[in-house]
Design a protein around this ligand. Structure first.
Ligand code: NI
Length: 174
């Protein structure tokens, strides 16, 4: 497993639509391992391949509680095939937008179809935090960031705040 660099907005790779994975082979499994290790190290609860500069439809997620065993999910070509009717608003963040948070409206429940590490087709009926996390990560595969769900004004404000924070971080490092 190798730790990968997580790209920070407004990196253009984060705005790119990712390609479906055709063959679930060792190369793909290695990528998933790198992604999961990188996500745990960050730490975060979800990571999509575009966030490490790989334009493939791969997502890793683990929403288990901090003091309980890990429950990693590896999703290849995940797609939302159905949703519940209820939506709810909750605060989100993203490893590609460090220290930026905003209230985002999502479906409370989603049905996701994907391929697992062995290439088998699986379906997941998710609600709560897992449903939110899956919607956020699948958005990444289409080049959509959580701030893209906000008004243009609010998005610009948050992206400016992020840019300023990144400049200050760079200044402190140099
Ligand atoms: Ni994210």
């Amino acid at each position: 497993m190798a730790l990968r660099e997580i790209l920070i907005a407004p990196h253009p790779a984060l705005k790119t639509k990712a390609e479906p994975v055709v063959d679930v082979d060792d190369e793909v499994r290695e990528l998933l391992d790198d992604m999961l290790g990188t996500m745990y190290a960050a730490p975060g609860i979800g990571l999509a391949a575009p966030q490490i500069g790989v334009a493939k439809r791969l997502v890793v997620v683990d929403v288990s509680a901090k003091d309980s065993p890990n429950e990693p999910l590896h999703l290849i070509n995940p797609e939302i095939v159905a949703t519940g009717e209820t939506r709810e608003v909750a605060e989100e963040g993203c490893l590609s937008l460090p220290d930026i948070y905003a209230d985002i409206e999502r479906f409370e429940r989603v049905f996701v179809r994907f391929r697992d590490r062995d290439g088998a087709v699986r379906e997941l009926d998710a609600d709560g935090l897992l449903a939110r996390c899956l919607q956020h990560e699948i958005d990444h595969l289409d080049g959509v960031l959580f701030v893209d769900h906000l008004s243009m004004l609010r998005r610009r404000m948050l992206l400016r705040k992020l840019a300023k924070q990144q400049r200050e971080k760079q200044r402190q490092a140099s």
